[in-house]
Structure formats: structure tokens, C-alpha cells
Design a binder for this molecule. Structure first.
Ligand SMILES: CC(=O)N[C@H]1[C@@H](OP(=O)(O)OP(=O)(O)OC[C@H]2O[C@@H](n3ccc(=O)[nH]c3=O)[C@H](O)[C@@H]2O)O[C@H](CO)[C@@H](O)[C@@H]1O[C@H](C)C(=O)N[C@@H](C)C(=O)N[C@H](CCC(=O)O)C(=O)O
Ligand SMILES: Nc1ncnc2c1ncn2[C@@H]1O[C@H](COP(=O)(O)OP(=O)(O)OP(=O)(O)O)[C@@H](O)[C@H]1O
Ligand SMILES: N[C@H](CCC[C@H](N)C(=O)O)C(=O)O
Ligand SMILES: [Mg+2]
Length: 471
């Protein structure tokens, strides 16, 4: 593609790619120079030009010499728009999910429902890039805009027509997932997380709302879970933008959750839609999964899916990796569930999901991540201690922090909890303690394959360790 075509000038240079890291610039690259949390990308402009950058997208005040300067007050947004024109085409139908919890579960469910409807579908998020027969992990929910758009374009080349992605608050505030037309967006819920990065709940909420105020294309669908304290506000924002609102939940109008009856291995949902009541047998436990199923179905319907057909597919949904995944049943007979709950609200949801299935004691084992929101630690401790019978506080990705200090911050809220630093030892202790009527919840790591200690990632998988400890 000719540079002039892209930036509206007579520049003849050929554009060969896009980069936001100067070390990835090759001749023909358009370089995006952004002030970040650790570096100021503007300091690398000269190096990028030296390496062959043909244009620099940066703030008006940035110093650019030797290549055209595409000036923008929000250079990340301008860069996303240009890069999208370079990487196009994308899957024809793209949807996004935001919310504190449930994004990964939703995009995975949407991918499965589309597939059952006969589409070639994919999802992008915490689990990586997932298609019907492959999963490639990236380490972050949304790595960066160049990877995001090139992955989307790559999916289209593979024949994917339908893609669902997670719009994390970091990703939204850094314009890491946009530029391409997004036909519908969903809001799952809003509660405390990531205040280390956003500072306040207001700023965190505002970052999430960019999905509805800016990222979705005009007239797009907005699927809103109604049973969250923020739902009405999100709905008002979506309506003010003129989006096609679909409300789902107990207070929902499009898909109304009339009742939910837990069964041993799942639950039966009664959902009112299109003037009729539908009975859905769901092979997943927990109110939170029922909520995710409703928003996921809402997204499928918002993008043209048939209501009846979509409901009939719900009974065939496969569980999502690391979300209330049953790892093993101990010799004593206690099931061990692995769940990615890493916020106070998620811990509450995970425990509420398991409580109806617990005859004896509910044993919760968890920790909090290092270099992340410190304020959530005692809150996680408090909710776990209040709702469980036994709590063991352990480690979960201490990163650069002292693990003992993280544990004591969690313990400060967790009255009566035990402390066992090593995660394997903690899991072994919980399993040794559990009797036949008890249930064990291992929270916080879900699908993760490593324990991040310092800058090392030590192999660790809750499911595998639970099986080993139970053997
Ligand atoms: C706090 C945060 O989100 N940081 C992310 C962000 O960094 P940043 O823009 O602040 O970048 P920076 O390191 O200060 O550098 C500024 C600019 O200079 C450039 N640079 C930098 C150094 C250099 O030598 N040359 C150069 O060109 C960088 O490429 C960047 O464009 O952009 C980088 C590239 O896109 C990300 O790798 C990085 O993620 C860090 C590693 C991270 O840990 N992020 C986590 C918190 C995160 O984003 N998590 C959310 C999910 C959370 C959830 O779902 O719960 C996610 O979406 O994954
Ligand atoms: N709808 C929901 N309501 C409340 N809690 C939920 C909901 N969905 C999931 N959870 C809880 O949050 C955990 C993480 O779920 P999931 O991975 O789907 O969320 P996410 O938004 O993608 O998280 P992340 O921000 O880390 O990417 C689950 O393991 C569960 O404990
Ligand atoms: N995407 C989330 C995942 C956290 C999972 C937990 N295991 C932790 O390390 O805190 C984050 O980076 O905050
Ligand atoms: Mg996720």
C-alpha cells in the first residue's frame, strides 16, 4: 500500500507494516510513538526513522524529523485507524465484551454458539486466539494493537467469518482493540479491579464505557446485563449513542431470566424471549455462568442469530477452561474446582456457585497477584472468609513483590484464615483436610500455566497440581 493512500498525501513510499516498538521497525514501517507507563515512545522516533520508518504517528508536540508526522491528540487512536486500513479485511462479524468479570467466558461461549450455528468462528482474549481446532496464547488479554489487528486479519485469511474479542479496560484505555468495525458489544458487570492502573472506580468505569461511546460502530448492538448496579448507567450511555440495546437478565426485556434451578451437574433456565418462555438445560453450574450464557446468547442474536436455534445450542456448551472446572475428586470424595476468580466479586460468585453443591464444608484456597491493585487484597480476604468454612491464603503470581507481604494484606481482611505460602503445599493441605461432603475451591489462576515469581515464570497449573496432590 502506498503511504499517500493511507495518510492522504502524495507520499510514494510503500508501507510494509506497522509497529509501536521501535525495535520492530523495518524499512516501510509506520511507527506509532506513544507516551506509556514506563517509557515515552516519542524518545525512540529518531531510532525508528533511522531503521526505515516511513511515517510517525505521534502527538502534535512530538519532535519528528526525516519522515512525515501524522499529528493526533490521541495518537493511539489515530494509529489504530490507519493500521486497520492496512490490515483489512477482517472477519465480517466482530463483537466485543467488556466488564470486570466474565469477558473470557463470554467470548468463548459466543465462539461456540456461532460454530454450532454453522459459522467459522474464533475468539481473542485471555485464553489467546481460539478457533475450532487451535489455541495460541499471547500472555496478555490484549497484547497490542498491531498484534490484535494482524491476528484478526489472519483469522479472516483462514476463513473465519465471526470473531468475538475481550475488550479489557487496559486495552480500551490504550486503544489496543479497535479500528475495525465492531457490530455489537456486551457489558457483563462492574466491580473493583485494576485500581493500580486506573486510580479510581470512575476512571475504570469510563475506560470500559469507551466500548459503547467510541469503539462500536454507529447503530451497533449493545447487549447489557441488567442485574448489576451499573447496568442502568451503561444502558443510558448506549441509548445516548443511538445503539440498538438488548437487555438480558432477571430485569431483561430482550432475554428475561425467569428462573434458575440448579441440578447436580448443571442448571435449568427459564428464559422469556419473543413473547414465549423457553426452557434451557445448561450443562454448567453457577449463577455467574447463567449470566454469561445470557449475554453470549444476546450477542449471537444481536448479530443475526435465530433466538430458538441459539437457545437449543445452549445445552451443548462446553465448559470454559479454568472457570469452575472440576479438576479431580479426592480419595476422600471431595470435588476440587479450579476457578479464575481474582476479584472480590468473582470470589463471591464462585463460592455462591459451589455452595448449593456442598453438603459439608467449603474450603477456599487463593492468593492475590503482585504488582496489581493492592486495595482488592483485604476485600478478597473478607469475602472468602465470610462465605467459606475454611480459608487458606497462599500465593498467586507475586511478581516483583514479597509474597509474605501480599498474603498478610489478604489475611488482614480474612478472619480465621490459615496461611500457607507455597501454592502446592496449600493445595495439598486443603485436599488432606477435605472429607467426602466437602468441596474445595482453588481460586485465582484458572487456566494459567505458571507462577510468576520475580521475573521468572515457574510452571504451575492448578488442575495438574490438584490431581497430583489427590493421587
Ligand atoms: C500497564 C500496561 O497495560 N502496559 C502495557 C502497555 O504499555 P505502555 O504503553 O505503558 O508501554 P511502555 O512500556 O511504557 O512504552 C511506551 C511505548 O514505547 C515503546 N517502546 C518502549 C521501549 C523501547 O525500547 N522502545 C519502544 O518503542 C513501547 O512499545 C510503547 O509503545 O502496552 C504494552 C504493549 O501494548 C503492553 O505490553 C503493556 O502491558 C504490560 C506488560 C502489562 O502487564 N499489562 C497488563 C496489566 C494488562 O494489560 N492486562 C490487561 C488485562 C487485564 C484483565 O483482563 O484483567 C490485558 O488486556 O491484558
Ligand atoms: N458474569 C459474571 N459475574 C460474576 N463473576 C463472574 C462472571 N463471569 C465470571 N466470573 C468470575 O470471574 C472469573 C473470571 O472469569 P472470566 O475469565 O470469564 O473473566 P474476565 O473478565 O475475562 O477476566 P480478566 O479480566 O482476567 O480477563 C471467573 O472464574 C468467575 O469466578
Ligand atoms: N488479567 C488479570 C489476571 C489476574 C490473575 C491472577 N492470577 C493474578 O496474577 O493477579 C491481571 O493481570 O490482573
Ligand atoms: Mg479475560
Amino acid at each position: 500500500m502506498r503511504l499517500g493512500e493511507l495518510i492522504g498525501s502524495d507520499a510514494e513510499a510503500q508501507v510494509t507494516g506497522f509497529a509501536i516498538d521501535h525495535r520492530k521497525v523495518a524499512p516501510g514501517t509506520v511507527f506509532g510513538a506513544f507516551p506509556g507507563t514506563r517509557f515515552n515512545g516519542e524518545n525512540f522516533i529518531a531510532d525508528a526513522v533511522q531503521a526505515g520508518a516511513v511515517a510517525i504517528v505521534a502527538r502534535p508536540e512530538a519532535k519528528v524529523e526525516g519522515a512525515p508526522h501524522v499529528k493526533a491528540e490521541e495518537p493511539r487512536q489515530a494509529f489504530a485507524a490507519l493500521a486497520a486500513r492496512f490490515f483489512a479485511p477482517f472477519p465480517e462479524t466482530v463483537v466485543a465484551v467488556t466488564g470486570t468479570n466474565g469477558k473470557t467466558s463470554n467470548v468463548e461461549m459466543v465462539r461456540q454458539l456461532w460454530r454450532m450455528a454453522g459459522h467459522v468462528s474464533a475468539s481473542i482474549g485471555t485464553l489467546g486466539v481460539t478457533t475450532a481446532d487451535d489455541q495460541v496464547t499471547t500472555g496478555l488479554t490484549t497484547p497490542d494493537i498491531v498484534t490484535f489487528l494482524s491476528n484478526m486479519a489472519g483469522l479472516r485469511r483462514m476463513g473465519v467469518t465471526h470473531a468475538a474479542f475481550e475488550a479489557s479496560s487496559h486495552g480500551l484505555s490504550q486503544y489496543r482493540t479497535e479500528g475495525l468495525p465492531v457490530a455489537a458489544g456486551a457489558f457483563t458487570n462492574f466491580s473493583r479491579d485494576h485500581l493500580d492502573y486506573h486510580g479510581t472506580m470512575e476512571a475504570y468505569f469510563e475506560a470500559k464505557m469507551r466500548l459503547f461511546t467510541e469503539v462500536l460502530e454507529p447503530g451497533a448492538g449493545a447487549v447489557i446485563w441488567t442485574d448489576d448496579p451499573k447496568s442502568a448507567e451503561v444502558e443510558a450511555i448506549a441509548r445516548a449513542r443511538g445503539l440498538k440495546v438488548l437487555t438480558v437478565g432477571a430485569k431483561g426485556e430482550t432475554l428475561k431470566l425467569v428462573s434458575r434451578t440448579p441440578t447436580q451437574l448443571g442448571q435449568v433456565l427459564a428464559i422469556a424471549a419473543d413473547g414465549a418462555e423457553h426452557k434451557v438445560t445448561l450443562p454448567l453450574i453457577g449463577a455467574y455462568q447463567a449470566a454469561n450464557v445470557l449475554t453470549a446468547a444476546g450477542l449471537v442474536i444481536a448479530t443475526g442469530g435465530d433466538v430458538k436455534q441459539t437457545f437449543s445450542h445452549l445445552s451443548r456448551l462446553q465448559p470454559v477452561r479454568g472457570r469452575l472446572e472440576r479438576a479431580v475428586i479426592t480419595k476422600a470424595g471431595a470435588p476440587v474446582y479450579v476457578d479464575y476468580a481474582h476479584t472480590p466479586d468473582a470470589i463471591q460468585s464462585a463460592i455462591e456457585a459451589l455452595r448449593p453443591h456442598t453438603k459439608g464444608r467449603l474450603i477456599t484456597i487463593f492468593g492475590a497477584g503482585g504488582d496489581r491493585d493492592v486495595g482488592k487484597r483485604p476485600e478478597m480476604g473478607e469475602v472468602a472468609a465470610r462465605m467459606s468454612d475454611i480459608v487458606i491464603v497462599t500465593d498467586d503470581n507475586p511478581r516483583s513483590e514479597n509474597p509474605a507481604a501480599i498474603r498478610s494484606a489478604v489475611l488482614a481482611g480474612a478472619k480465621g484464615a490459615r496461611e500457607i505460602g507455597g501454592r502446592r503445599e496449600a493445595i495439598a493441605a486443603g485436599i488432606a483436610e477435605a472429607g467426602p461432603d466437602d468441596i474445595i475451591l482453588l481460586a485465582g489462576k484458572g487456566h494459567e500455566q505458571g507462577q510468576i515469581v520475580g521475573d521468572k515464570v515457574l510452571p504451575f497449573d492448578d488442575v495438574t497440581v490438584a490431581r497430583e496432590c489427590a493421587a
